[in-house]
Design a protein around this ligand. Sequence first.
Ligand SMILES: NC(=O)c1ccc[n+]([C@@H]2O[C@H](COP(=O)([O-])OP(=O)(O)OC[C@H]3O[C@@H](n4cnc5c(N)ncnc54)[C@H](OP(=O)(O)O)[C@@H]3O)[C@@H](O)[C@H]2O)c1
Length: 194
Amino acid sequence: MTNILILGANGQLARNTTRVLLRDTEARLTLYLRRAARLKNPDPRRVQIIEGDVLNLGRLTDAMKGQEVVYANLAGDMKSQAERIVEAMHASGLKRLIFVSSMGIYSEVHGEKYRSVLDPYRDSAAVIEASDLDYTILRPGWFTQGDAIDYQITQKGEPFQGHEVSLNSLSDLIVKLTVTPDLHVRESIGVSQS
Ligand SMILES: NC(=O)c1ccc[n+]([C@@H]2O[C@H](COP(=O)([O-])OP(=O)(O)OC[C@H]3O[C@@H](n4cnc5c(N)ncnc54)[C@H](OP(=O)(O)O)[C@@H]3O)[C@@H](O)[C@H]2O)c1
């Protein structure tokens, strides 16, 4: 049984992935978010909820006790968030990090120049890639709804394929990453509908 800490647990993708993790695995989840009253505990036997800001190093480090996998689903000041996560993971002896970023951070999307809007994504990815963690950085296309699980992966240095990917496809991949310790370790992968 894997213990997974989900940072930014009220995010759209995090909520979808929480649902899939509870449905498809036996993992125990810790949902870490600001203003925790917004979230109803979906399964108190397997889920605990912690109110906290990722920028609060002490609280973040406390939340990492007993965890095996950290899944970060954040937005905003992502460089500072990545720095705190790396520091807290070091202090906690944790290695496995799944970090959601965005397509376009390496100018890998043909015909698109996202420039400064992607700076927090680019800078946070650089922080994580420079760490010694067992990270997987996800670079998804635009999120879509729908049940189909249909995605392809491109590696760093390869052109991104397509423009979108379903939330369910991303959740499927994140679940596989959380339960398969060596899958896509130390890779930054583009994820798009095939
Ligand atoms: N939507 C798309 O098509 C698309 C495509 C590619 C990549 N992405 C990126 O993928 C990531 C995940 O997407 P999403 O739709 O799940 O994002 P989202 O709904 O915006 O969720 C991001 C979460 O991060 C939390 N957060 C921000 N700063 C925090 C902090 N200091 N401490 C704790 N939590 C913090 C937010 O919490 P609060 O609610 O408290 O603010 C929010 O719940 C985002 O970075 C998004 O930009 C999205």
